[in-house]
Design a protein around this ligand. Structure first.
Ligand code: ADP
Length: 272
């Protein structure tokens, strides 16, 4: 029987260190072990974020405004280079474990408008999967019809891939147990929301949306997974990959702590 496809997004917070452009080698090594074990029973596409390799640069360079001049284009190119550096380190950790991980560089195969993906060349990824490779894409800048370049959230790429490929499951792995009522790193009374569905999605969106341009890290995760669940009917979950075994368990179908996101088919109607 063909192995079922699971798309896994690994947050940059798990694999990079707090200091600028450093690797969390312990985190990376454990994630690579869990992915190696999981790809024995599932077909995987991995997408990873940039963490400390890009967050400071995207903010300093104001990339969300696009590229207006030569300086902006150089800055965008520097961010792309940093993502590729991180991607190479990520795939190398999988190669060392005998996983045929192949780098996918979204910036050279994606076109966006206002950060929304219009085109992404899926054929190399499809062929990589059917040939037994594990595609590993990095969150990336994109060439954008309206802003020249864009740095839309990595979750946008995850959403696009899921809509096109309808995987069995989509997992977003981050550094907290899932979606909470408030940011658990700032509020010790925050409570884990174990299920997001049509009954509470409006309140959850209200709780996680960015305010005054700050926060909102959870917003793109919840919004993207709710959209995927509604349109591709994939099982969608947010889990804490800092807890050993959680990522592996989520991929292979064990019941693990996290936030399940379940929309009704076409359940986006009325939400946006
Ligand atoms: P990653 O690099 O893993 O994608 P992010 O920093 O983008 O990580 O997002 C995870 C962070 O989102 C958590 O560390 C947490 O501080 C923050 N966050 C903000 N609001 C919430 C919330 N309501 N529930 C959970 N986490 C939240």
């Amino acid at each position: 029987m063909a192995r079922e496809l699971v798309i896994v997004k690994i947050g940059g917070s798990i694999i990079t260190g707090r200091e600028k452009e450093t690797i969390n080698f312990q985190g990376l090594s454990r994630i690579a072990d869990e992915l190696r074990d999981a790809c024995k029973s599932k077909q995987l596409i991995v997408v990873h974020g940039g963490g400390s390799f890009t967050h400071h640069l995207s903010a300093d360079y104001r990339l969300y405004e696009g590229a207006k001049d030569e300086r902006d284009r150089i800055n965008a190119a520097i961010i792309q280079g940093n993502m590729m550096r991180l991607n190479l380190i990520f795939v190398k950790s999988l190669h060392e474990r005998g996983v045929p991980a192949i780098s996918v560089v979204p910036s050279t195969s994606t076109i966006t408008r206002e950060g929304r993906i219009l085109k992404f060349d899926l054929e190399p990824m499809r062929l990589a999967l059917s040939s037994g490779f594990v595609p590993v894409a990095n969150g990336d800048i994109s060439l954008d019809y309206s802003k020249v370049v864009s740095d839309s959230p990595t979750e946008g790429l995850v959403g696009y891939l899921a809509m096109q490929l309808a995987p069995e499951k989509v997992i977003i792995a981050t550094d907290v147990d899932g979606t909470f009522t408030t940011n658990p790193k700032k509020d010790s009374c925050a409570k884990l929301i174990s299920t997001v569905d049509e009954r509470n999605i409006a309140q959850v969106i209200e709780a996680v949306k960015p305010s005054d341009g700050y926060g909102g890290e959870m917003f793109s995760k919840v919004a993207s997974l709710y959209g995927i669940s509604a349109s591709a009917s994939s099982e969608c979950q947010i889990v804490n990959a800092n807890v050993p075994g959680r990522l592996y368990g989520a991929i292979t179908g064990e019941k693990v702590i996290g936030t399940m996101i379940k929309a009704r088919p076409n359940g986006l109607k009325g939400l946006y």
